[in-house]
Design a protein around this ligand. Structure first.
Ligand code: AMP
Length: 127
């Protein structure tokens, strides 16, 4: 399955410093920043710095170092924001949209971290 990465997508532009973002955490291979249209009291996006379209692209093409860094970056954000249920936090939801049926808007892999209130059921069922 070939993946076509658009280097003009908004997150690529954030990574190049062309547009601002409210950074939460930066590591060697990953960046976390606040979502511009927060859907919960805490809404942080974590992205790999490499040019990956979505989760399956990342899993297939990224190096082990990038995958480890990204996985730990997500956990570090949760820890630094006090969200970890195992450490007294109230928990969080991770969400990664991939492709058209998921309603992915930005074609650069990102994990949403949502927290800060009871988030309700995972999906709203169609009527
Ligand atoms: P998705 O629908 O999973 O692709 O989510 C894309 C997310 O990116 C949405 O929640 C947007 O609010 C968010 N977003 C778009 N542009 C920006 C930006 N410049 N800074 C921060 N978040 C953004």
């Amino acid at each position: 399955m070939p993946y076509s990465y658009d280097p003009e997508n908004i997150f690529a532009r954030i990574l190049r410093g062309e547009i601002p973002a409210k950074t939460v955490l930066e590591t060697g291979h990953s960046l976390a920043f606040h979502d511009i249209r927060a859907q919960a009291p805490t809404h942080v996006l974590v992205i790999p710095k490499g040019p990956y379209v979505n989760w399956d692209h990342f899993a297939a093409a990224a190096s082990d170092a990038e995958i480890v860094d990204f996985t730990r970056a997500v956990a570090r954000v949760c820890a630094e924001l006090g969200l970890e249920p195992g450490a007294g936090g109230q928990g969080y939801r991770l969400l990664a949209n991939s492709g058209p049926h998921s309603h992915q808007e930005v074609p650069h892999l990102h994990v949403h971290i949502l927290a800060g209130r009871p988030l309700g059921p995972m999906l709203v069922r169609p009527e």
